[in-house]
Design a protein around this ligand. Sequence first.
Ligand code: PMP
Length: 334
Amino acid sequence: MTQTYQSEAQENNQTGKVESPTVPVLNPEEGYVYFEGRVVPMGEAKISIATHALQYGTACFEGIRGYWNEEHEKLYILKLRAHYERMAHSWNTLMMKPKESVDDLCALTAELVRKHGYRSDVYIRPLAYKASRTIKLTLSSLEDALAIYLFPMGNYVDISAGLNVCTSSWRRASSNAMPVRAKVTGAYINSCLAVDDATAAGFDEAIMLTDDGTVSEGSSCNLFIIRNGKFVTPALSEDILEGITRNALIEMIEKKFGMEVEQRRIDRTELYASDEVFLCGTGVQVSPVTSVDRRRVGTGQPGALTMQLQQAYLAACKGEDPQYSEWVTPVSYA
Ligand code: PMP
């Protein structure tokens, strides 16, 4: 089936160019949702205004990509199990006990993808939420529910031109204030504040610092720098989300490129002195950064190693690299 959706074309204040449409606004009546134990049309997946998750942001989610390979006539779901394993940590943090296991969710997701039959790249959004209709401030003894939906989505940002980013005055919520390893919906206000400030000032994305002022990550992505032939990324102790793309790239850099990845603290000013900088995540994939705080990174063009890595990563995502066939779950419609 085909899905109609509107797209938001965003004016890039800095360059004056209009970016290609990226993030779709969904038609509330189209598509299907795995909702509270069964698959229903999108229009029937409704919750009460009094839902705890809506009141307090007590839900957790994942963002999973599926890559359509025209030649193979298959849609490849990327790192399906890893996403649900991380989601299981998130729901454990929120004291949730969904009925579905990680195995069930992998199977349900592949089935939902098959039901839609999209012959384009897709984005899959599982959401586990506190469904009780109560204002009580607690994470315990509440009803849980789970939903999964999906929609066609291409690139979330321009992955070829190079992003102009800034460091945000909003600090990344610290592990002492928020469970940063869990993808908790309420915590994303932190990201929204940083992104809105960055775009209003003419940047493409915000880099968030820790409470100590060292580099943590982007609003919805992790970060790498390359200095003197070595890849460096903020350590897990830098209040980052433990990104699945970050892990995948560490594996690829070490095994395929035979290069070292250092995980350590990165100072803000080290970004200015880097040869290359790039962002990575399910949404942004591998996106070169060409300026930070209006200072040129390297030559001011997307870095050569970054673009090689992007190419190798996308080939793996599309099921084109047998070395990484375990990264993807193929779904065919025939
Ligand atoms: N950090 C944050 C805050 C995110 O929301 C995401 C996207 N899930 C990432 C990093 C990148 O994680 P992943 O590679 O698992 O998509």
